[in-house]
Every structure is written in structure tokens, then in C-alpha cells.
Design a protein around this ligand. Structure first.
Ligand code: SF4
Length: 420
């Protein structure tokens, strides 16, 4: 299902079991060297493995020559219509060329780019977009847009293979999330080249992130996709990278930086969690380690579902608790919760990743927590309702299994459908 082949874009492996690579695309005019390199550094700092820049003019090629040297991550030159810009971008030192064989001027132009790329050892990304399918597929596109997208991609792959060029990855993109999912699933069955995933023109940070999480998440969960780009309508390309990482982290495909877990809050919330969560999320950006930090809006359930977290807080009106891996560390006034949490996290790193606990403070915290739990023992919190539901399901499953075993052990078992 996932790509068998592997290519290398600069020093980054794509496909063949390599970690899913994160990429973004500069929003700047590539010819503006200063603005472009600044944005490249921003996306690299945010965790991009690769970055794409648009090359629609000769002046972009001039800037590209400097950019490829100064960039901390490999550069993909994005070319449409003008194959000579692809040739010049290869000569300029681009680490990969993205082109759509359908709009580059015919197979002979694609052949020239493939020859130059092969000689330079530069891979390509062959991109197919729902908006620019070859003419002979327009009718099929009306009847079956998914099949049309996949057919276009497979035809381009066949063209590249005829040209004896196999150092490429493939992307098929659509503005439709269901079509993107269906097309990539089908394509993954038909070709073994690495796949680049993305949703075209996904939208704003809010809608675009959601569409991408649904579309790319479904594919990545199936093991499909070797590199991803989240397309968002924002000038801050690093936002795309942050979203990409959240998707990969949620699927446990890659680790980068802390994981924040927070309860959804409910009527039992005892402190201003909206502000606290945002504050914690911002401050966690300074940490590279994948520690898990939990924020619980009240202590009614104890540490409960967050007991696996490396660090966490739970609060009441005036006081809150800092805990670590299921054990109380100390109670503190609510307004000091966030600072105290980060003091504990810093202490952990200063001690060589050892949780530092003061027995007297921990005992005081445990006592505080036990009192709150006892006070609210009968409350039906969302967590307790979920636990009850889970227990009921387990009980039912056990009863069904017991009935099945009893039936199998019965002397009449297997004879039920025997004819007399
Ligand atoms: S009961 Fe659960 S959801 Fe409600 S505030 Fe407490 S921890 Fe959060």
C-alpha cells in the first residue's frame, strides 16, 4: 500500500518507509531573496523538512541560485508552463523540480527536463491537479473525477518510465476531500512511487486545517503518503508546518515537541482554562522534547485519564495541583499554576529528565486531591460517564462471549442444521 520506492530530495528520504516528510511553500516572490530566505528559515524552524518556491520568471531563477546555497532545508522549484525555467532551475541547484507534465508543452519538453534532471541527479515531483487534467480526460472527469485524476497520474508515470526517468514522486490533488482520499487510495494500489499528499486550496487556517486533517489523516492512517503539505490561505507559511506536525503527531507517525492534552471543560470548570491552555501551548513551543502535558479543568475526577502525562495541572477555585505521571507533586494557588508547572518541567530537565518530588509537598497535594474527589464522589462527570459506558460495553461483550462458548460446548452444537 505505502510506496515501495524511495527518492532523495537533497538529504531528505521520501517514501520506502522513510518518516513522512513535512513541506511547505513560500508565499513570497522568489526573486525577493531577503523575504524568501526569511520565510524559508521560519518554516525550517517550525519543522519543515522541505520547502517549495515558485519559479515563474527568470528573475526567480537568479534568486534561486543564492537561495539553494543559503537555505537550511532542500528547495523544490515549482514550475508551470515554461520548461526552460525547469532546466534553468536544475542548473541553479534546485534539489527537486515540481512540474505538471500536462501543462509543460508536450512529451518532448518533459523529456528535455527529465534528461537534465537525470544528469544532475535531481528528482522530480509529478503533479496532477483536478483543475488541469489533459483534454482527453475531460469527459471521464465529468463521469468519474476520481478515475480521471488517477488515469492522468498513471499516464504521466508511464511517460516518465518511457523516458527512463524513475526518480520522482507523484501527487494528485483536488479541492474535494472525498475525491482526494479516493484518488490517492486508488493510485497507491496502482503505482509504487512515493506520494505527496495535499488538499488544493484548502482554505483559511481554520477550515484548511480541518479539511487537511480529515483528508490527509484518513490517508496517512491507511499508510498512504510519504510527504505532506498543508495549503492554507495565510502569508505565514510556518502555520502550514505547524498543522502538518499536529496531524503527524496525532497519528503517532512522528514526534516533535511536546504534546498538549486538555479536557474539553464543562460546567465543573473552576478556573480560566481558556487563557491557561493558550498560555501553556505558547510556552511549550520553547521545548523540543516530546513530553506530554495535561490540563484538567477540575480535580473532581482526580488525575484520572491524564495519569500517563509527564506533567499536568488540575485546578479548583483557589488552589490547583501539579502532577507528574499519575502522582501529585504539589498544590499551589490557582494563579501560580502555569508558572509552577513550568518550574517543575525545567527542574525535570535540569535533573537529567528525572521528576523531582518533595515528599512533604507531594503528600499535601495528594491530601488536597483526595478531599476534592471525596467531596464529588457522586458527580457524573463526562469522564465517569465514559468509564461507565466502557465498563457496560465490556460486560456485554463478556456475556456474548460466554454464551458463544456455552453453545460451542453443548452436545447439540453443530447439529442444528443437520438434516434428519
Ligand atoms: S469534569 Fe472533566 S471536562 Fe469537566 S472540567 Fe473537570 S476535567 Fe474538565
Amino acid at each position: 500500500m505505502s510506496s515501495r520506492r524511495q527518492i532523495w530530495v537533497g538529504g531528505v528520504p521520501i517514501g520506502g518507509g522513510a518518516p513522512v516528510a513535512v513541506q511547505s511553500m513560500c508565499k513570497t516572490e522568489t526573486a525577493d531573496y531577503e523575504a524568501t530566505i526569511k520565510q524559508i528559515r521560519a518554516v525550517a524552524d517550525a519543522g519543515a523538512d522541505l520547502v517549495r518556491v515558485a519559479v515563474p520568471r527568470e528573475t526567480d531563477v537568479d534568486a534561486l541560485k543564492r537561495i539553494v546555497v543559503d537555505s537550511p532545508i532542500p528547495i523544490i522549484a515549482d514550475i508551470h508552463f515554461n520548461y526552460t525555467l525547469a532546466l534553468k532551475s536544475i542548473d541553479a541547484g534546485a534539489h527537486c523540480i515540481r512540474l505538471n507534465p500536462g501543462n509543460i508543452g508536450g512529451p518532448d519538453k518533459v523529456a528535455q527536463v527529465a534528461d537534465r534532471a537525470r544528469a544532475a541527479g535531481v528528482p522530480m515531483r509529478i503533479g496532477v491537479n483536478s483543475g488541469s487534467l489533459p483534454k482527453h480526460l475531460h469527459e471521464l472527469e465529468r463521469e468519474n473525477p476520481v478515475e480521471a485524476l488517477v488515469t492522468a497520474a498513471v499516464e504521466f508515470v508511464a511517460l516518465m518510465e518511457r523516458l527512463d526517468f524513475e526518480d520522482f514522486k507523484v501527487s494528485i490533488k483536488s479541492t474535494s476531500v472525498p475525491n482526494t482520499i479516493a484518488a490517492n487510495r486508488l493510485l497507491a494500489e496502482r503505482i509504487d512511487y512515493p506520494l505527496h499528499l495535499g488538499i488544493t486550496e484548502a482554505g483559511t487556517k481554520w477550515t484548511g486545517s480541518l479539511k487537511s486533517a480529515v483528508g490527509l489523516g484518513a490517508l496517512l492512517a491507511d499508510g498512504i503518503g510519504d510527504t505532506i503539505r498543508i495549503s492554507l490561505s495565510t502569508f505565514h507559511a510556518e502555520e502550514e508546518v505547524k498543522v502538518a506536525w499536529e496531524i503527524l503527531k496525532a497519528l503517532k507517525l512522528r514526534e516533535r515537541g511536546p504534546v498538549l492534552i486538555a479536557c474539553p471543560t464543562c460546567g465543573r470548570l473552576q478556573f480560566d482554562m481558556d487563557t491557561v491552555v493558550v498560555d501553556i501551548e505558547k510556552r511549550l513551543e520553547a521545548y523540543a522534547d516530546p513530553i506530554e502535558v495535561a490540563v484538567l479543568g477540575c480535580a473532581v475526577n482526580g488525575i484520572g485519564e491524564a495519569s500517563h502525562a509527564d506533567f499536568g495541572i488540575t485546578g479548583a477555585k483557589n488552589e490547583g495541583l501539579i502532577f507528574s505521571r499519575g502522582k501529585p507533586l504539589k498544590k499551589v494557588p490557582t494563579e501560580q499554576l502555569v508558572d509552577a508547572l513550568f518550574a517543575e518541567i525545567d527542574r525535570y530537565y535540569a535533573a537529567g529528565k528525572q521528576v523531582v518530588s518533595d515528599a512533604a509537598l507531594a503528600a499535601e497535594g495528594a491530601e488536597w486531591l483526595a478531599a476534592i474527589e471525596a467531596e464529588n464522589a457522586d458527580d457524573l462527570t463526562p469522564e465517569r460517564l465514559a468509564a461507565m459506558e466502557k465498563a457496560k460495553q465490556a460486560e456485554e461483550a463478556e456475556a456474548v462471549e460466554a454464551e458463544r462458548l456455552a453453545e460451542a460446548a453443548s452436545p447439540t452444537a453443530g447439529r442444528r442444521f443437520t438434516r434428519a
